[in-house]
Design a protein around this ligand. Structure first.
Ligand SMILES: Nc1ncnc2c1ncn2[C@@H]1O[C@H](COP(=O)(O)OP(=O)(O)OP(=O)(O)O)[C@@H](O)[C@H]1O
Ligand SMILES: Cc1ncc(CO)c(N)n1
Length: 267
């Protein structure tokens, strides 16, 4: 049996709904062996972020080397990277280990408003990491920050995707969770064409970690050999099920249900 392996380079969410925890749960649910390189520890729950404790650059590098040299990496995703130093180190490791299936979730701000990326790290994200990415998966505020454009319409989303692609990313997937309306529209631009992934918008406050979970599902599917487009389709179904079959944990923005997709018969 071939075991597919995915690495997440991200922050820890003690509350278990986002970050490394969401990524590893999602990898497991989709039948992929998950490994991790922690960039920061956050003290976090459904009410917000109560502390951020970054790892040293050497600690991040050593974790990536340990995984790459022994276990192997079929695909990797990045989440919370926090500082320019960590971004630069991760970019160098991607090149050194010749990682190609790189999914960048450009995490900037937690749902409650806490910064998870230092402002001065934006330039490193754009110039060092994005050119190495197979896919980047910004939400709407992140797409606005990277493209320096305001997104109010589907046309704006398309223009922003083109601007982001011009930074050297092969595929840009702008997630539509922050839009309004009865339907969510996630837009994929592959450098030539646009593809839309839609779902019924669920009226719930329990959407903590939706972005991490979505990009982790894409990463797992790409580890198994799926195309970016097919991976996005599966990720959309995975997150739709995870939000719809909510589990109501904590008194703030609760996590999604990472096992819902499997329970419905997906794998
Ligand atoms: N209320 C909702 N109902 C249905 N789908 C949703 C809802 N909210 C988000 N989604 C979907 O979840 C996925 C993640 O999108 P979103 O824009 O919420 O990411 P995010 O802001 O990066 O999340 P987070 O920062 O919490 O990790 C997308 O496929 C989006 O369409
Ligand atoms: C550690 C971590 N990564 C990402 C997010 C974004 O959801 C979060 N809230 N916490």
């Amino acid at each position: 049996m071939t075991i597919c392996k995915a690495l997440t380079i991200a922050g820890s969410d003690s509350g278990g709904g986002a970050g490394i925890q969401a990524d590893l749960k999602t990898f497991q649910e989709l039948g992929v062996f998950g490994t991790s390189a922690l960039t920061a520890v956050t003290a976090q729950n459904t009410l917000g972020v109560h502390g951020v404790y970054p790892m040293t650059v050497v600690a991040v590098e050593k974790q990536i080397d340990a995984v790459a040299s022994d276990i192997g990496v079929d695909s990797l995703k990045t989440g919370m990277l926090f500082s320019a130093d960590i971004i630069e180190a991760v970019a160098l490791k991607i090149k050194e280990h010749h990682f190609t299936n790189v999914i960048v979730d450009p995490v900037m701000i937690a749902k409650g408003g806490a910064p998870l990326l230092q402002e001065e790290a934006m330039e490193a994200l754009k110039t060092k990491l994005l050119p190495l990415a197979l896919v980047v998966t910004p939400n709407i505020p992140e797409a606005e920050a990277i493209s320096k454009r305001t997104i109010k319409s589907e046309e704006d989303k398309k223009e922003a995707a083109k601007v982001i692609a011009a930074l050297g990313v092969k595929n840009v997937l702008i997630k539509g969770g922050h839009d309004e309306g009865a339907v969510t529209y996630d837009l994929l631009y592959d450098g030539k064409e646009f593809h839309t992934f839609t779902g019924k918008r669920i009226d719930t406050k329990d959407t903590h970690g939706t972005g991490c979970t979505f990009s982790a599902a894409m990463t797992a599917e790409i580890a198994k050999g799926a195309s970016v487009r097919t991976a996005a389709e599966t990720a959309k179904q995975f997150i739709q099920a995870a939000i719809e079959d909510g589990i109501n944990i904590g008194s703030g923005h609760g996590p999604t249900n990472h096992w819902a997709y499997r329970q419905r018969g997906g794998c």
